[in-house]
Design a protein around this ligand. Structure first.
Ligand code: ATP
Ligand code: MN
Length: 493
């Protein structure tokens, strides 16, 4: 008797052998055909029951959602599209699922909206769509570690609780043990954080970059891959309050090298899932095509999912300076016809996602790396160019996603960095440790931050970032209103 996962059964060379498998019933048809899934693969294995030889009471308990232990013989299938099936000799019910209760959940095998699935995040991973997305997410995260490991990087764990609020990457979540109803106060009536757990104000991290930089100054090539938190009160399909960020940081690497690294890395991880997650991708591609059908013709994507992924692999990312991009945008049709919500009039304007999407989706029609941004719209730690007004920053823009990577060459010159910190008004005692790295063997170095969920969105074709992370944490100040969109995406579970 061989105990297997469903995935293993489909690759089993020997037929007519005794097997056993455990999983959940997807459906039970004609008192005879159990479609069984155990999460190891998208496909269900068909288990054929001889109902005449089985007790009525047991048959009744084989219901959608139930956990079962099946023993039988693996045989070539008579059914169309199945290569093997199990001739069942025994069924043991491991966990019942009351059909009455199941019918109120998303486990019921019919079309449900993604919005409805979100309300049952604890069950949605049992659907084909979320099974595929989460297996892909898992594969992608393995590919991330695999890439860095193969390229000599050290994995660094950046702290989650941080004391400095200097990064400025976004609004922070406060971490405190003070009693919110009765906090200790200073003489001037403000909250006295010296009485707090850490003796000062602390927050959840918005980025591990500054800490990673210090590690790059010793280990050379490092990367972080961990949760980050931003109290984003924007309700978009690309922002979460808790998301996973990948942040490589490399000593002796300039912005060119940074662009090369980001491009090589993205191609590797996308290539990895194209090679290893064929079935899940095929399913998601089909799902996406159905979803596209419900959109107006002009909003449909020109490429299928795997075509889009292959397109990224096969083409060089277009590298364009911020100044060139501004010229393109200024002279673009939507700008002239006043179609942009934020018109582009002059150099120095911050680019909004409408502009990024125009550049990627309409103008260049391929991934774009924008670089050399105006210093005053970028963070304090970015390397100032010789022109004195731009910094060695880069953003990578992807079709359908917009910004997927933000990075830069870091300012390695102590005096320039110190002046900048003063200029933007960060107290030096917040960043003394960061400044010290520029005192002891400073060097050119660079890195970037990649939002893992945006990568998963790109690879799965899921439109909403809430559907690529197991339990999405998002702003609830304003109820999420995606159901107001003209079309509703229904998925077959
Ligand atoms: P955006 O303009 O899209 O808000 P950002 O400029 O705030 O991005 P960075 O601070 O450069 O982003 O962070 C690096 C990367 O982290 C981004 O390129 C993006 O992929 C991802 N990211 C940023 N904020 C979020 C968020 N709230 N949810 C998910 N991913 C995010
Ligand atoms: Mn942001």
């Amino acid at each position: 008797m061989i105990t297997s996962t469903v995935a293993e059964l489909f690759t089993q060379e020997n037929k007519h052998i005794d097997v056993e498998v455990k999983g959940w019933v997807k459906s039970f048809r004609a008192n005879r055909f159990i479609a069984l899934n155990d999460g190891s693969t998208l496909r269900n294995i068909q288990c054929v029951v001889d109902f005449e030889s089985m007790e009525e009471a047991l048959l009744k308990r084989i219901t959608t959602g139930a956990a079962v232990h099946i023993k039988g013989s693996l045989v070539e299938s008579q059914g169309k599209g199945q290569d093997v099936e199990i001739q069942v000799s025994s069924v043991e019910i491991l966990g019942d699922a009351d059909p009455e209760l199941v019918s109120k959940t998303i486990l019921q095998p019919k079309r449900h909206s993604l919005e409805f699935l979100r309300e049952q995040a604890h069950l949605r991973v049992r659907t084909n769509t979320f099974g595929a997305v989460m297996r892909l997410r898992s594969a992608l995260s393995f590919a991330v570690h695999d890439y860095f490991h193969k390229n000599g990087f050290n994995y660094m764990h950046a702290p989650i609780i941080t004391g400095s609020d200097a990064e400025g990457a976004g609004e922070m979540f406060r971490v405190t043990t003070l009693d919110p109803k009765n906090p200790p106060l200073t003489d001037s009536g403000e909250i006295n954080y010296t009485k707090d757990f850490f003796g000062k104000e602390t927050n959840l991290t918005v980025s591990g970059q500054l800490e990673a930089e210090t590690y790059a100054m010793a280990l050379g090539k490092v990367y972080t891959f961990g949760p980050t938190f931003r109290a984003e009160n924007s309700n978009t399909s690309r922002h979460l309050a808790e998301f996973w960020m990948i942040e490589p940081e490399v000593a002796f690497m300039d912005l060119e090298g940074n662009m090369d690294l980001a491009e090589d890395f993205l191609k590797y991880v996308i290539g990895y899932v194209l090679k290893n997650n064929v079935k899940d991708l095929a399913f998601l591609e089909q799902r996406l095509e159905q979803e596209e059908q419900s959109k107006p013709q002009n909003e449909r994507s020109a490429m299928r999912l795997t075509e889009k992924l292959n397109f990224v692999l096969d083409n060089n990312f277009k590298r364009v300076s911020y100044s060139e991009a501004i010229d393109i945008l200024r002279n673009s049709k939507p700008n002239k016809k006043k179609k942009f919500k934020y018109p582009i009039n002059e150099w120095g304007a911050d680019l909004q996602s409408e502009h990024e999407r125009f550049l990627v989706e309409k103008h260049f029609k391929c991934p774009v790396i924008l670089f050399d941004y105006p210093a005053n719209i970028k963070a304090f730690y970015m390397r100032l160019n010789e022109d004195g007004k731009t910094v060695r920053a880069m953003d990578i823009l992807f079709p359908g996603i917009g910004e997927i990577v933000g990075g830069s060459q870091r300012e390695e010159r102590y005096d320039v960095l110190k002046a900048k910190i003063t200029e933007v008004g960060i107290p030096e005692e917040e960043l003394w440790w960061y400044l010290e790295t520029r005192k002891f063997g400073t060097c050119v170095h660079s890195g970037f931050g990649l939002g893992f969920e945006r990568l998963v969105q790109f690879c799965t074709g899921m439109a909403n970032i809430r559907d690529v992370i197991p339990f999405p944490r998002t702003f609830t100040g304003i109820p999420y209103q995606s159901f107001k969109f003209a079309f509703m995406s229904l998925v077959m579970v």
